[in-house]
Ligand binder design. Structure first.
Ligand SMILES: *Cc1c(COP(=O)(O)O)cnc(C)c1O
Length: 245
C-alpha cells in the first residue's frame, strides 16, 4: 500500500463527507415517496477515479463500485484486491469480443443493451459454467444516438432473452436524455418503472424484475421517488471527472 500523503487526507475526508451527504438525501427521497430507504442502494461510479480515492469511498461505507472500462477495472482490482463485501458492477457498454473478461471482474452488469450481446454472454457463460446477473438497458428517451432497447424492442426480444439460461435478469436500467432540470427526467424514470411493472406482471420464467438502476448525480433524488433501487453516482461522491476517452 502506498503511504497517504497530506493532500490525500483531504480527499479522503471530502469523499467521506460526500458519501454521508448523499446517503442522507437518498434516505429523504425514499421517505418522501413512502419507500423503505433500505430498498435503495448506492453504486459509486468510479471511472477515472484512482485506487486511493476508491479505498476512501469503501472506508466511508460504499459497497458497490460501478465501472465502465474493463482494463481500468482490472488495474483497480489488482491494486485494491477483492475487498470483502464489495461488489463491482459494469455500467458501461461492452464489446462483444470482450465478453469473456466480464465474469471474473464483475458481480453484475447494468448495461446489457442488445440481444446479440446477451446471446454471446450466454454462450460464454455456459462454456465457463457461470451465470451472469444483468439488468436490461432501456433507451426510454428513444434517442437514436443511445444504446439500449426501445420499449417496443424489448417487448419483442423478451422471450428470446428469457430462453438464455446463463443470464440472470434482475431488472432494468436506463440513462435518460440530458435535461436541464432534475424533474424533467421524471417521465423517463416513470416509464422505466411502468415497463418493469408490466414485465413483472406478465411473468417470464427465470427472470426477476426487482431492480431499477436509474438516477445519476443530477437527478438521483427524482429517480428514487420514482422507484430506483440502484442509483449510480460519480460526481456527487468523487467530484468532477477529468475529460477522458
Ligand atoms: C459515469 C456514469 C454515471 C455517474 O455519472 P455522474 O453524473 O457523475 O453521477 C452513471 N451511470 C453511468 C452509466 C456512467 O457512465
Amino acid at each position: 500500500m502506498t503511504p497517504v500523503k497530506a493532500s490525500d487526507t483531504d480527499k479522503v475526508l471530502s469523499i467521506a463527507a460526500n458519501v454521508r451527504r448523499v446517503r442522507t438525501r437518498m434516505r429523504q427521497a425514499a421517505e418522501r415517496a413512502g419507500r423503505d430507504p433500505m430498498s435503495v442502494r448506492l453504486v459509486a461510479a468510479s471511472k477515472t477515479v484512482d485506487a486511493a480515492r476508491i479505498r476512501a469511498a469503501i472506508s466511508a461505507g460504499v459497497t458497490i463500485l460501478g465501472e465502465n472500462y474493463l482494463q481500468e477495472t482490472r488495474q483497480k482490482l489488482g491494486q485494491l484486491g477483492q475487498a470483502a463485501g464489495v461488489e463491482w458492477h459494469l455500467i458501461g457498454p461492452l464489446q462483444r469480443n470482450k465478453v469473456r473478461y466480464v465474469f471474473d471482474l464483475f458481480d453484475m452488469m447494468h448495461s446489457l443493451d442488445r440481444l446479440e450481446l446477451a446471446e454471446e454472454i450466454n454462450r460464454r457463460a455456459e462454456r465457463l459454467g457461470r451465470r451472469l446477473s444483468v439488468l436490461l438497458e432501456v433507451n426510454v428517451g428513444g434517442e437514436t444516438s443511445k444504446s439500449g432497447w426501445t420499449t417496443a424492442g424489448l417487448l419483442n426480444d423478451i422471450r428470446q432473452l428469457a430462453a438464455l439460461p446463463h443470464i440472470q435478469v434482475r431488472g432494468l436500467m436506463t440513462i435518460p436524455p440530458p435535461t436541464s432540470q432534475p424533474h424533467e427526467a421524471r417521465p423517463f424514470f416513470r416509464q422505466l418503472r411502468q415497463l418493469r411493472n408490466r414485465l413483472a406482471q406478465e411473468g417470464y420464467d427465470g427472470m426477476a424484475f426487482d431492480e431499477l438502476s436509474m438516477g445519476m448525480t443530477a437527478d438521483y433524488e427524482v429517480a428514487i421517488e420514482e422507484g430506483a433501487t440502484l442509483v449510480r453516482l460519480g460526481t456527487a461522491i468523487f467530484g468532477p471527472r477529468p475529460e477522458r476517452h
